[in-house]
Every structure is written in C-alpha cells, then in structure tokens.
Design a protein around this ligand. Sequence first.
Ligand SMILES: Cc1cc2nc3c(=O)[nH]c(=O)nc-3n(C[C@H](O)[C@H](O)[C@H](O)COP(=O)(O)OP(=O)(O)OC[C@H]3O[C@@H](n4cnc5c(N)ncnc54)[C@H](O)[C@@H]3O)c2cc1C
Length: 417
Amino acid sequence: MDFSYPREADDYRQKVRAFLAANLPKDWKGIGALSRDDAFEFTNKWRNTLRDNGFLAVNWPKEYGGQGLTSMEAVVIAEEFARVGVPVGGHNDGFGIGMLGNTLLAVGTEEQKKHYLPRVLSGEDLWCQGYSEPNAGSDLGNLGCRAVLDGDEWVINGQKIWTTAGHLANHIFVLARTAPDEVKHRGITFLLVDMQQPGVEVRPIRMMSGESEFCEVFFTDARCPKGNVVGEVHGGWMVAMTLLGNERGAGAAVNAIAFRAELDKLNRLAKERGLSDDPQIRQRLVKAHTKVEVMRFLGYRALTAFMNGKKPGPDASIGKLFWSEYHKEVTELAVDVLGADALTPSGTPAQTYIRPDAVGSPNSSASWVDVFMNARAGTIYAGSSQVQRGIVGEQILGLPKEPRADAGPWKSIPGHA
Ligand SMILES: Cc1cc2nc3c(=O)[nH]c(=O)nc-3n(C[C@H](O)[C@H](O)[C@H](O)COP(=O)(O)OP(=O)(O)OC[C@H]3O[C@@H](n4cnc5c(N)ncnc54)[C@H](O)[C@@H]3O)c2cc1C
C-alpha cells in the first residue's frame, strides 16, 4: 500500500508553506506560545488573512464565497496549518462553516445557500447548535422543544441546554418537534432561528472552572420564517444526522498531527522528570505511540473517503471514539508523570482543552491538568462513547440492534410542552 501523496499535492503544499512563511511572524512558534488574550486576537486577525488570501471555507464552491479547492488541497492546508500551529478558521467557524455551512451545501435550498453562506464567511452570522435538551441528549430523538406553524412563521417554545458559545452567537440551528403524534424520529424539523428577538433567552452555565462555555437557551413564542426549514418539514432527523456526521468527522484527516505533537511534549516531560526509564510509564508511552499511529492510518482512510467524495457517515464514529478515548488515557498518563505537582498546577494554563493544547504551548503542569480535566468532555459531545459504540456495532458491524428504551413515540415530560 502506498501512502505517498500525489505530485499535485506536494506542489500545492509548497504554495501553502509559502503563504504561511509570508504571513506569520519570523519567530512564530505556534499559537500556543501566545497568551490566551493574544491568541484570541490573533485568531480574529488571522481569519481575515485567510479570507483575503483564499484559505477560508476552502471546500465550498466559489459561487457561495468558498475557494472551490479539491479535497486533497483542503487536507494539505489543514495538515500544514496543524504543523505550524495556526487555526484553519475563526472562533465560530466550527459551527458556521464546519457544521451548518457544510450541511446547507448538502441539503439546503438554493435560497438558503445564497442567503446564509456569505453571511457566515463575512462573520455577520455567528451560529450555535440547538440539539440537546434536559430530556434529550443521547436519546436526541426524544427532544421536546416544539414548533408550530402560524401563518408564514414557525412559533417555537421549549429549551435547549449545553449550547456551546450560545452567548456569543446571534443564530441557532434548532431541532424542534413539529409532529408530536408521529414516531419520535419522524416528527422533528431543523429550523434556522435568529436569536436576536425577545422570545429567545440565553443563560450561560457557570462551570466548576469558573468559566461559561455553554448556555441554556429558552424559547418563548420565538419565531422564524416558514421557509427557514432545512430539508423537509418533519424530516429534520436526516438533516441532524448529516450535520452530526460533519461534526464527528471533523479533523479526522489531521487528528494524528496534533496528537503526535502532544505526545512528543509528554515524552519530553517524562524525560525532564527522570521517568522515561520507569517501566510502567515507558509501557504507557509506547502504547500511546501505537495509538497515535493508528490514528494516522484512520486519518488516511478518512482522507481517501473524502477524496472520493464520500460524505461522513457512521464510520465517522470510529475516529471520534478512538481519539476521544485515547485522549483520556494519555492525559491520565500526563497527570501520573506530574505526580503530586498535578495537585498544585502552575505555569501557563491551556489554550484549548478538549483536544490537545495548541501547538507551541509550554509544558506546564497547569496546561496538562486543564487538558486532563477537559479530555472527558471529548467522550461526551457529538454523542458519547457508548453511543458511538452502539453506532459502530449496529450500523457498521451489522450486529443485532440493542433493546432500546428510546424507541417508539415521543414522550413529553411533565411541565413540558
Ligand atoms: C463539551 C461539550 C459541548 C457540547 N456542546 C453542545 C452544543 O453546542 N449543542 C448541543 O445541542 N449539545 C451540546 N453538548 C451536549 C451533548 O451533545 C450531550 O451531552 C450528549 O449528547 C450526551 O447527552 P447527555 O449529557 O444528556 O447524557 P445522557 O444522554 O443522559 O447520557 C448519560 C450516560 O448514559 C449513557 N447512555 C445513554 N444512552 C445510552 C445507550 N443507548 N447505550 C449506552 N449508554 C447510554 C451515555 O453514554 C452517558 O454515559 C455538548 C456536550 C459537551 C460535553
């Protein structure tokens, strides 16, 4: 099997490297070397540089403001950016470009694509994801937020929870129940909702770290136009799964680069602390190395599928399950290497949490402890590890379906619409 890239990819790689060399400071060490505030500012400016130089939404067709690049070119960009430690987009682009934009390209109407995609690119529309509810997480099909058609508008009532960056967004894509008497997965509609209206209330959730990364979002007679349905009315489940495929598959082709850089850093930490000859630590470092190699090959598989125009499907669950469980293990190893110092973390805190800390970040105990604490979230968002195993078992291996408490009609809960 030949894992080398075609010649065009190598040629394109040179162009990307030239762009990076021309646009990054000479002494650039990766965004992780900046303070959190500086990194935030840098990302905002960098996004403009990307947009002005044709490096934003690279896989979108030109008619919608994208760059119309091939899948191979998109992956080369992601790889080169990951190597030098610069983001491929701005703070909201995971939602706007990665989730909503790619979903609109797949199943949106022409009018929706023309209206929303340029606004995502200009930064005017900032999106968040309105899926989870107090009674609908893993069992997402049980969601109870209701939408009822009133003339030319949908009227929305209900609640969402764990809405990442909800307090920073001005638009939300909402899964709402529109046919309460249907089998539950069939009565859901995917709506595009402007959050800047009196019927939408956003309450940030304060986490034990003191920060507020997620929110609760309450809808009280909130409205959106009748035409803001993506896909079919009552057919939102298919749209929701298309979007989740994009979310779970995100980064698959380049995951190994960031995880390799993180493991190299841990290796250095083990050496600095005189633990690289500890038999237990060595064994776990070697195990981690083999897992990052597996991730590299999973990445090649994702890349091949991507280049053949295959949309992310149930196999996106394998990659998501693999990296998130690995990340829990490797950050536990880091805490064991730190020993008692992990109880009194010091030095520069982490910039990014759920995945490896940003390239260039210092090898501080504070950074490792931040990433250790947040690695668990990776096994929950976009579907927990148990849910991913269910998908792999049933949809890839064709194993018999597990008995499900979540089948059948939608069950409202007391006090819920
Ligand atoms: C960092 C982060 C960001 C998030 N951002 C968003 C966001 O922006 N928008 C949004 O809508 N949601 C978001 N979520 C919510 C996320 O999608 C849910 O937390 C997730 O789907 C799990 O749902 P739950 O928390 O209700 O747990 P539950 O569904 O109550 O699960 C509890 C436990 O039971 C297990 N379990 C449940 N069902 C099964 C089953 N059938 N088989 C085996 N085990 C099962 C689960 O694996 C889990 O361990 C985010 C979550 C995190 C951690």
